[in-house]
Write a protein that binds this ligand. Sequence first.
Ligand code: BES
Ligand code: MN
Ligand code: ZN
Length: 509
Amino acid sequence: MNILTSVTAPQGWHGDALAIAVFASPKSSNEQLENPAKKALELSESLKNLDVQILACTLTDLITESEFSGEMGASVSGRVGIDYAIRKVILIGLGDPAKANADIWRKAAALAVKWANKEKVKKLALSFPAYNQDVSLTAQAISEGALLAAHQDKRFKSQNANSQFLDQIEILETDPDLANPAIAKAQQIVDGVILARELVSAPANIVTPITLADTAIAIAAESDYFTAKILEQADCEALKMGAFLGVARASDIPPKFIHLIYSNGTPQRKLAIVGKGLTFDSGGLNLKTGVGSSIELMKTDMGGAAAALGAAKAIAKLQPTNVELHFIIAACENMVNGSAMRPGDILTASNGKTIEVNNTDAEGRLTLADALVYADKLGVDAVVDLATLTGACVVALGEDIAGMWSIDDDFADAIAKAAKAAGEKLWRMPLEDPYFDQLKSVVADFKNTGSRAGGAITAALFLKQFVEKTSAWAHLDVAGAVWTERESGYNNAGGTGFAVRTLVNLILN
Ligand code: BES
Ligand code: MN
Ligand code: ZN
């Protein structure tokens, strides 16, 4: 799908369909009291002219018929007629202008794309007001929403006829000099999001630790600023990564410790991004048998790694200068065989700490322990890890919001800001040190699992034991957000690519 720009006004455009995004009409305080729910939209002068001159008053008709108010997420659409320059129109509500944010533009563009495909539209024009009066931000948000909504993953369907009809979007009344670079940037970011989505959606017999390593190598091959280092099992043994290797032990597929390095110019900032990369989590001997333990969804347990690789792919294209980035993934499977780690086994991590594995299903933190120790030794300014770490985080925050823990308020604020601009939801959670008591072990330094209560917090406190030098560390528990069963906004069912856009924003800002 191509996204073009033009200075043309809707009056001068002709094609299959036009999507017009509009703010809700402001309500007077009287109207607010009388009818707080809705107020039929009042068209601007220029839309009125367009309606009368070109659209046979279809807009007015649609608004009156359906009492369309321009609320966020609402839309009305109709056919203008075969003899007209524009044959179909959709009005899309952006809601209250005072509550505007880029994600509303992404979702409005997504709605337009989904409508266009349903209506078998090939050429669609968009008439959107500028978000924040900023042509670049508007074009970027529209393009991200449109491209993400258009992404269909038919890799594993034998009948893979494409239901993508739309092949061209034209953003009207915009300055191409500003908008075109923003569209290119959106495309590069979306390519990263789609990589993450497809890695998460692919089953564990397709995406293995080897696939993740090969993906990292392929990203590095695309860019002179990237180098990929893959540590094999023997290398990890030499580094005494006993926690990671303990998890990997029962799989027939070899573990891969992935380290992708990006360096361009003289680094002003050094950041490490660590992603949990369990290509399958059976639970180990603490097998996931319980109702709701969703063993069949545990191909998604590399969602953190997918976000890291997706961000890396985007960065390879965006080529930011004067930064040094490290993308680190301890990739393996948590399986069961005769050499599987047993509940009660004691593992020694690469920083010498001993861990009593009272639950083999709390494996992500074991792999991250060694990955964090490795990242901590790089001398970076900050480390952020992303992990589908706990069901407890999903219980606390639901499926759309990731939990964030951080030892540094400024770093937490920077991540929160990056996430907000990306339209990805995060909520900061407490690193409640006294809860670490739950992990006291009789025999080892500590256990890997506490009680059910506060399970996402004790997981974060466990990880904290492996960050000793780096002053800014944050942990994102993305267990709920990397996968969705139903489409909504610009997300389709399947992997969401969650956190790629947050990471890209964090790196670029
Ligand atoms: N990968 C799971 C967490 C998970 C749960 C991700 C649901 C996505 C959806 C993790 O390895 C795990 O099994 N966590 C356990 C920890 C427990 C044993 C302390 C959990 O959350 O039940
Ligand atoms: Mn587990
Ligand atoms: Zn897991």
